[in-house]
Write a new protein. Sequence first.
Lengths: 112, 110
Amino acid sequence: QQQVKQSPQSLIVQKGGISIINCAYENTAFDYFPWYQQFPGKGPALLIAIRPDVSEKKEGRFTISFNKSAKQFSLHIMDSQPGDSATYFCAASSQGNEKLTFGTGTRLTIIP
Amino acid sequence: DAGITQSPRHKVTETGTPVTLRCHQTENHRYMYWYRQDPGHGLRLIHYSYGVKDTDKGEVSDGYSVSRSKTEDFLLTLESATSSQTSVYFCAISQGNEQYFGPGTRLTVT
C-alpha cells in the first residue's frame, strides 16, 4: 500500500519557468513532510521540509505548499535552472516514528 | 554527506552467492537505515536500526538480514542473492526526523 503518491513521474520545464511537483498522503498521523533532491550517481539530499502547523515554507527559489484538509503538499521551484535538473522525492513521517515513507519520485528536466 | 560511507560502491555477483554491504558513519547517530532504490518504486525501506543490536524490518525485508555490532557500522546481508535484488542500495542516518543518505552501492546480480 503506497501511502504517499507523487506526480508527475517526469516533468520538463523551460529555463526560468516554475516547476511544480505534487504529493498526496493517506495517513493523517503524518506530521513531517520533507523533499529530497537526487542527482545521478548520488544519494538523495534533504532539500526542504515542512510541518503541518504552517501552510507554506520558502527557502530561496524552493517553496513547499501544504494543504492539510486535502492531505496534499507540493514543491514549487521558481525561476527553474538547468542545475535543478534532478530527481525529486517527497516523503512523510509521523511524530515518534523515525521511518520515512517516500513517494516514487519525479524526474525534472530544465531545458534552455 | 553526514559522515556516511558505503562499501563497496559497485558490485557484481552471481545468483545464489551471499553478499554483504557495509555502511559506516562517523557521527555516533543512533538510527541507521537501509533502503533500495528501483525505477518506479522510489526508495523502499529494507531494515533499520535504533541502536547496537537493535534492528527491525522495513517494508521489503524478505531475503535480507542486518547486523549492528557497533554504533558506527550497519551491515546488510543478502544470504543468497537473486536477480530481483539487483538495485541501488542506500544507507541513511537520522537526526530527529531528518534523514541523510550515503552515496549508495550499485549491486548487480547476474
